[in-house]
Design a protein around this ligand. Structure first.
Ligand SMILES: [Zn+2]
Length: 247
């Protein structure tokens, strides 16, 4: 379920810098632990896992299920696979910046389910991570495209201890992703959605946001989502958002 990868800080262009100076380079993520949560799992819709996926927990606001199948492009490319592919690219980029990366699932398989959203938050809590980004994609009206970020509300005993950092992470992701050229949502004002009902956010005790990287039902977004180059773009945009948060 859990993968912890640590790499040595990789220094590029060291010729004119001392090691100490390189550590201070803008955007360095050395010493940061970042959890990447690739939303869903390919097997979540399999009938044999229905009991596990339909298990419920109260999340501070409402009772929600363990997980869902996620959406897909009109041609049937699944959200679980998109989230997984972006997560792999982002992991390599973050590690190259010196970060320690933890993934919330270690496979993308039709013979696997979950983990449950509350367990994904639990992985981030156990890792005492500096941030968690939950990667998702929307299944909105086909006329709209672009990314938006979901942040929690303050709920006593749930998010009140971390809400300020959640909001800061949301702001960093939006500003960084926009600056890097990510197509902004055309249907969510300010690329910012506030939700009481997200279990991943409410169960987390460390700074966490959900990023809906785009709209899988939109033809332009679908082209990006189904190519390796486009998936790398999404990863790069998420990296820029995280670097903005830690700046
Ligand atoms: Zn999703």
């Amino acid at each position: 379920m859990r993968r912890i990868a640590t790499v040595t800080f990789i220094v590029i262009g060291i010729a004119f810098h001392s090691a100490a100076n390189v550590q201070a380079v803008e955007g360095s993520l050395s010493g940061k632990t970042i959890v990447i949560d690739p939303g869903h799992q390919l097997g979540n819709g399999a009938p044999e896992f229905a009991d596990e996926i339909n298990a419920t927990k109260f999340n501070g606001a409402i009772v929600k299920s363990c997980n869902t199948t996620g959406t897909a492009t009109n041609a049937g490319f699944p959200e679980a696979t998109l989230n997984w592919k972006i997560a792999q690219q982002l992991r390599h980029m973050l590690e190259a910046q010196g970060a320690t990366v933890v993934l919330t699932r270690d496979s993308n398989s039709r013979s696997k389910w979950g983990p449950c959203v509350w367990d994904r938050a639990g992985i981030a809590n156990a890792a005492k991570a500096d941030a968690m980004v939950s990667i998702h994609a929307d299944g909105g009206p086909s006329s709209g495209r672009g990314f938006f970020v979901i942040e929690p509300v303050k709920i006593k005993g749930w998010t009140d201890d971390v809400i300020a950092a959640d909001q800061k992470l949301a702001g960093g992701m939006i500003a960084g992703m926009r600056a890097a050229g990510a197509p902004p949502s055309t249907y969510i004002a300010g690329q910012r959605m506030v939700s009481r009902e997200q279990s991943t956010l409410n169960f987390s005790d460390i700074p966490t946001v959900i990023v809906e990287v785009g709209n899988m039902r939109n033809a332009q977004d679908a082209v990006l989502m189904t190519t390796t180059a486009g998936q790398r773009d999404y990863a790069n945009w998420l990296l820029t958002g995280l670097k903005r948060f830690f700046k």
